[in-house]
Design a protein around this ligand. Structure first.
Ligand SMILES: *Cc1c(COP(=O)(O)O)cnc(C)c1O
Length: 345
């Protein structure tokens, strides 16, 4: 094995979709923006469609056009970024449904593609995307008369169940949408776990499908195996890697493995991080380089062919904690240099 190998378990992915689906009485969509959180929309989206997902969300019209070629004509594809100038051809040809975020986007849509389906995204307090309550008041009757596919908003703090923001956004969303005929959606993974009140007519999980927090029961989806290139004995007092940041306090057997920060392995996690060798953890030594990482083989019998950086023993959130980031960033940073291997599906 010369190249690090990323294995994506499509059966676990689909099991996660089904588990999240079972937590609500309403339709469960699937969020596959950013190439399915870096895992490959060309394999992930068809597997999820096979499991029963009928509505997919992407961030940009370009992603939607690509996804339409992957999924064929059946599923609905919603674009969270809405209708941006220049998107008319992609939205029409790929039959995408833009989530309209402003009066400006609404004008762009009705002028460019009259009669074409759309949804509405409302801002319920996050102040990122969506119409403000005042904009919505001005547009509401005209927009609702055209039967939007969905009226949605997004929660800022759903990964913290006790955060007061959740209730505030729920109240704001209800104040803007109670009594309308159009289907409503408020929750991503975190919101699904907050309970029925947050489910409305459709949920939109992303990270939970891919095995990340806050969906604690998620099955493990991604395994990353990195080959050992070379091993050596390092004597007491010698150093390993750039900047001499690690010094051997005793004779130490060190393996050099073939991946680094150019593969999306966060350099910042260096001194806290481990890899798995069989069942045993092995510490990462010194700085993570662009293409190489040193690993402490103390306590390991023999010389392994490869080590596991992501696996059942340590998932994306463990790495994220070491690097001071979130599982979403670990996933979406996984680089193009891996041999990608899909199982199940
Ligand atoms: C990314 C995103 C989602 C999915 O969120 P997760 O936390 O990954 O489940 C849902 N809705 C919107 C608007 C998003 O931007």
């Amino acid at each position: 094995m010369a190249q690090a190998k990323l294995t994506i378990d499509l059966d676990a992915l689909c099991a996660n979709w089904r588990s999240l689906d079972a937590l609500s009485q309403t339709e469960t969509a699937a969020v596959v923006k950013a190439d399915a959180y870096g895992l490959g929309a060309d394999r992930v989206a068809p597997a999820l469609a096979g499991a029963g997902a009928r509505t997919f969300f992407v961030a940009l019209a370009e992603e939607g056009a690509k996804l339409r070629r992957i999924l064929g004509p059946g599923p609905e594809i919603c674009v969270l970024g809405g209708h941006m100038r220049g998107d008319i051809a992609a939205i029409r040809e790929a039959r995408l449904i833009p989530m309209i975020n402003s009066i400006d986007q609404m004008l762009c849509h009705v002028e460019g593609l009259p009669g074409h389906p759309f949804g509405i995204q409302l801002d319920s307090g996050m102040n990122r995307l969506g119409m403000e309550p005042a904009e919505w008041s001005a547009l509401r009757d005209i927009a609702l008369a055209q039967k939007p596919f969905l009226v949605m908003s997004h929660l800022a703090c759903a990964d913290e169940p006790d955060h007061a923001m959740n209730r505030r956004q729920l109240d704001a969303f209800r104040a803007m949408t109670d009594g309308i005929d159009a289907p409503r959606s408020l929750s991503a993974t975190g919101g699904i776990l907050l309970g029925d009140h947050y489910h409305f007519d459709m949920t939109r999980p992303g990270i939970g499908l891919y095995g990340g927090r806050p969906f604690a029961e998620a099955r493990h989806v991604v395994t990353l195996r990195i080959p050992v290139i070379q091993t050596r004995e390092v004597q007491t007092g010698e150093t390993v890697g750039y900047g001499n940041t690690w010094t051997a306090e005793r004779p130490t057997r060190v393996a050099t493995i073939a991946a680094g920060y150019a593969d999306g392995i966060h350099r910042a996690m260096g001194p806290q991080a481990y890899v798995g060798i069989g069942d045993a953890p092995a510490k990462i030594l010194g700085r993570i380089s662009m293409d190489l990482i040193a690993v402490d083989l103390t306590g390991i019998e023999g010389t392994p062919d490869s080590v596991e950086l992501l696996g059942p023993h340590q998932g994306v959130d463990t790495l994220a904690d070491w690097a001071g980031t979130i599982g979403y960033e670990v996933l979406t940073n996984l680089g193009p240099r891996y041999a990608r291997h899909y199982i199940g599906g």
